[in-house]
Ligand binder design. Structure first.
Ligand SMILES: C[S@@+](CC[C@H](N)C(=O)[O-])C[C@H]1O[C@@H](n2cnc3c(N)ncnc32)[C@H](O)[C@@H]1O
Length: 229
């Protein structure tokens, strides 16, 4: 069986209908820095995109987008960017946001590796990493979204005092992340190995993957890494 997901019906026309919400896309998403550099025009001007000066937060690997949509509805005074590398996957949250008319979300169909070509330095208040692919094989460590190479990029993109907020069900990935955050000089806060110990906290927005793991009784690990400069 092919690893590639079959394209959704009328894919191109449906993506086009959401073009106003999509700040970056390639034929198949922007997948590497070479492609990002070739397509580079200018860093995103948040004020002109959102028509306000509100703080901006980013979710990396938004998947079906349930988390970012709920977060944006709970926080109308914050602007959200939702990043997802898979074109076929990003279409669902694009259409949901369009249909619901949520005004404070825009999307990037790019790989996280390409962020510096889009986001101005020192511009983000928060970066959310929800159930990022754990990539357990040692040879893939540099591709984990909490590898120090990524954390160094996040440090540049965050404002002083900005946070990276991570949730995962994978203990090895979580322990790896704790070490990487400490190594890169983030202050760790609110670290828990069992977020749902006493039921879901009212402030916590359960993602699609989180729901699956919680139903199977798996503990959810969560951390906040604060960049104080
Ligand atoms: C396991 S899913 C989690 C989806 C969602 N955040 C949730 O919690 O339900 C991970 C998502 O991250 C995306 N992803 C993985 N690596 C990425 C990268 N380097 N850049 C952008 N997206 C990535 C995948 O395509 C996938 O949709």
């Amino acid at each position: 069986m092919s690893m590639r997901m079959r394209r959704k019906r009328n894919f191109d026309a449906r993506m086009e209908a959401c073009a106003d919400l999509l700040l970056a896309k390639g034929a198949n998403g922007i997948l590497n820095m070479k492609e990002a550099a070739e397509n580079f025009r200018a860093l995103i001007d948040f004020k002109s995109v959102f028509q306000n000066d509100n703080p901006v937060a980013l979710e990396i690997g938004c998947g079906k987008g349930g988390f970012v949509r709920e977060l944006a509805k709970r926080n109308p005074g914050v602007n959200y960017l939702a990043l997802e590398k898979m074109s076929n996957v990003i279409l669902t949250p694009l259409e949901d946001v369009k249909k619901e008319g949520v005004e404070n979300i825009r999307f990037l169909n790019i790989r996280a590796e390409c962020l510096p070509c889009y986001i101005p330095e020192g511009s983000l208040d928060a970066i959310y990493l929800n159930f990022s692919t754990p990539l357990p094989k040692l040879g893939y460590a540099t591709q984990r979204l909490t590898h120090r190479n990524f954390l160094e990029v996040y440090k540049k993109l965050l404002k002083k005092g900005g946070k990276v907020l991570q949730k995962t069900d994978n203990r090895e990935f979580f322990d790896f992340s704790l070490e990487e955050f400490a190594f890169c000089g983030f202050d760790l806060q609110n670290v828990t190995y069992d977020l749902h110990e006493n039921g879901n906290p009212e402030w916590n927005i359960v993602t699609e993957y989180e729901k699956k793991w919680v139903e199977q009784g798996l503990p959810i690990h969560r951390l906040e890494g604060v960049w104080n400069g």
